[in-house]
Design a protein around this ligand. Structure first.
Ligand SMILES: *Cc1c(COP(=O)(O)O)cnc(C)c1O
Length: 704
């Protein structure tokens, strides 16, 4: 093999391990070899490698500094894969024999693998990335949607248009799962009266394998085409079928591969059938009753709930459950009503539908919400499941979400950390001490990096891969830049400020202390309220007087989010109090030198210290109109009296000292606590080890 063939071989290897998605140095390899091709390949290394010509590769081989960089990335990956001195070796070694199996309906890993819709998926992706970094034995299980989630386009009138494309799995970093004889593995599954077949693909996330069940053949047999290929795309029957495939099919897949779950982690209710299938397997294996098998399966099961919005929990009608699952429930030895009761808040009540969250809460030995406040809301929401208990005794705890720091940190900020943090800081992200070193960075240096990131952002906005609306961009890189990017759901109130256009215009048109806003976000295709909000924001930003002062960036995804959080001064979060389960985008902003201005909901009551951002106590008035009015008033107050004066109090060198002090406080207090390293360690200590039955005394013997 000559030099360029060898290089190609290793690059293909790199393309197939998604480790590169949270190591920007690796990502840079593709971009440095051919930036144009990288863009054309839509940031997919697999497509990039298919299209990369021999000449270009040979040219790269002749560039010594590029070669050194590429080989450094290869050896980093090798070292990463081989490292035996991880946190997990010491704290989760026994899980090697029986790993944590982590189920989720979506995984957001990178924009080139569009199998996610938003926060839930991105969180699941970050969870696996940190599990890999920490060396926790884990496998992920999800679904492969051939059309993924939609891409958003806006019409000239601001109507959201949803575009779906059909992916070729060959263009994604996926490998088909094979059986012992080398044939594509298929799993048989009873849905309705039929036995359908599903296949599977696998991706490597560093040390963690992630399986995607392929529904194509099953849905063809069932006569469901398009809708079955979409994430959250179909009607109830499609959705239930997808969830049967995810939970039951996913567990069958693991068992057929010889993977015995040490822990079954259900990330949101969609996958709640998984422990049922594990219990069925135990009845076959040990000849025990379904009841005791379900108890055993449940003792290994952990459930994380993610939404405070009642409609966000899947509920299926009794007739649909009967039609889809009569055959399966027979194999568990259960009658229809008995099966229904597993998912009912009120057993025996024929009007109570089958709720996936209820099934999960009843099965799992431990359940948790994703922030302290969400824990409280969830205990209240599900108290009828435990009628004899007071709200405080409802067994739903909380582990607050976090983000994968290395994946969300801008490369130039990372460079700065390298200069001022201890050399091993990357393996100590979840520790408070690591982040104290923020204070040794001189204000000017930190501010310079922030200004650099903002300027880069301004180059991105107009050239955003999917067209920014309007064509004009934000005009002033030095102006206080506000970001509002999230799912356009009613309770998040994207239009809170827009509803007082006079006051907003006063802020945007102030030439001494200019303010500008970047909006981005998708509404669910069937959410008419959300789509109306998109239209309203669009109509606002396209008013001629607004040109250069506000923009809407189409097709919010991981790429758009990464650019926004890495180049914004202020992240605005205005949910109706009590509805935000956690939220993670604000954590990404804090890492990169931005500040949060948020209603005290979700993660922010835990994050806000009084001097590391800005907080608004949301109104709890029962009337939404009054509530919105009060919150709008409070947000404008905060902007006019606190945020804008602090940002524009700059010294003769143009450095806003007090603002920078707040940024440092934000990084130092939030960086470690809201990292997914901290989160995965919490899960390991409080949930995984107990669920796997690992005693603390075993833990004193490091696993080698
Ligand atoms: C981080 C992220 C989210 C979650 O952020 P929220 O604060 O919950 O809105 C959603 N979508 C994308 C693409 C993200 O990267």
């Amino acid at each position: 093999m000559n030099k360029s063939e060898r290089l190609k071989q290793r690059m293909l290897e790199l393309a197939r391990n998604l480790w590169w998605t949270w190591h920007p140095e690796a990502l840079d390899v593709w971009r440095s070899i051919d930036a144009g091709l990288w863009r054309e390949s839509r940031h997919s290394p697999v497509v990039f490698m298919k299209r990369l010509g021999k000449e270009r590769l040979e040219e790269a081989c002749k560039d010594p500094s590029l070669c050194i960089r590429i080989h450094r990335v290869f050896s980093d990956l090798d070292r990463y894969m081989e490292s035996a001195s991880t946190w997990g070796c010491l704290h989760a070694g026994p899980l090697r024999a029986r790993p944590v199996t982590y189920f989720c309906a979506e995984f957001g890993i990178h924009e080139s693998l569009p199998l996610y819709s938003g926060g839930l998926g991105v969180l699941a992706g970050d969870h696996l990335k940190s599990a890999s970094d920490l060396g926790i034995p884990m496998v992920g299980v999800s679904l492969f949607y051939r059309e993924g989630y939609f891409r958003q386009r806006l019409s000239e009138a601001g109507e959201q248009i949803s575009d779906y494309e059909l992916f070729d799995p060959e263009d994604l970093p996926l490998v088909r799962v094979k059986d012992r004889d080398g044939n594509p593995l298929t799993i048989d599954l009873p849905i309705q009266g039929d036995r359908v077949q599903i296949g599977a693909w696998t991706a490597a996330l560093g040390r963690v394998p992630l399986f995607f069940l392929d529904m194509e053949k099953a849905f063809r047999e069932m006569g469901i085409q398009e809708l079955g290929r979409r994430l959250y795309g179909g009607d109830e029957a499609v959705r239930l079928s997808q969830e049967i495939i995810l939970g039951i099919g996913g567990m069958k897949l693991l068992l057929s591969l010889g993977i015995k779950p040490g822990v079954i982690h259900l990330n949101e209710g969609h996958c709640a059938f998984a422990p049922l299938e594990y219990a069925r397997h135990l009845t076959e294996e040990h000849g025990i009753s379904f009841d005791s098998a379900l108890k055993q399966a449940g003792s290994r099961t952990l459930f994380t709930t993610h939404t405070s919005v009642p409609a966000g929990h899947d509920r299926f009608a009794s007739s649909l459950i009967d039609r889809m699952l009569w055959q399966y429930r027979g194999s568990l030895g259960l009658g229809h009503e008995e099966f229904m009761d597993l998912g009912r808040v009120y057993p025996g009540n024929a009007d109570d539908p089958f709720c996936m969250t209820v099934l999960a809460l009843k099965t799992a030995s431990k359940s948790n919400a994703v922030s302290s406040i969400h824990g409280k809301v969830s205990r209240e929401m599900w108290r009828d499941l435990w009628p004899d208990r007071s709200p405080q005794q409802i067994p739903i705890g909380h582990i607050t979400n976090g983000i994968n720091v290395l994946g969300w940190l801008a490369p130039s900020m990372k460079q700065l950390f390298h200069q001022y943090f201890p050399p091993d800081w990357e393996s100590r992200i979840g520790e408070e001490n690591t982040w104290l070193h923020i204070y040794s960075i001189p204000d000017e240096e930190l501010w310079n990096v922030i200004v650099f990131l903002k300027t880069r952002q301004f180059k991105f906005l107009p050239g955003a891969p999917h067209r920014a609306h309007p064509k004009a961009s934000l005009s002033d890189p030095r102006a206080l830049t506000i970001g509002f990017a999230r799912r356009f759901a009613g309770y998040k109130r994207a239009c809170l400020l827009l509803d007082d256009p006079v006051r907003l215009w006063r802020l945007l048109s102030d030439s001494d202390r200019p303010v500008q806003i970047a909006f981005s976000g998708k509404a669910h295709p069937r959410d008419d309220i959300g789509k109306a909000l998109v239209r309203k924001v669009y109509q606002f930003v396209t008013e001629p007087r607004i040109a250069g002062k506000a923009v809407f960036i189409e097709d919010y995804d991981i790429n758009v989010c990464r650019h926004l959080v890495q180049g914004i001064d202020l992240w605005l979060n205005t949910p109706r109090q009590g509805y935000e389960a956690c939220g993670t985008s604000g954590m990404k902003v804090a890492l990169n030198g931005g500040l949060n201005l948020s209603i005290l909901d979700g993660w922010w009551p835990e994050g806000y210290t009084g001097n590391n951002g800005f907080a608004i106590r949301g109104s709890r008035n029962e009337n939404n109109g009054i509530r919105d009015e009060r919150d709008r008033e409070a947000v404008f107050e905060a902007l006019e009296k606190e945020v804008i004066p602090l940002y524009y109090k700059q010294d003769e060198d143009g450095v806003p000292r007090d603002w920078v002090r707040r940024i440092k406080q934000a990084m130092c207090t939030l960086g470690w606590r809201f990292s997914s390293d901290r989160m995965v360690k919490d899960y390991t200590d409080h949930c995984y080890r107990p669920a796997a039955g690992i005693s603390t005394c075993e833990m004193n013997i490091p696993f080698v």
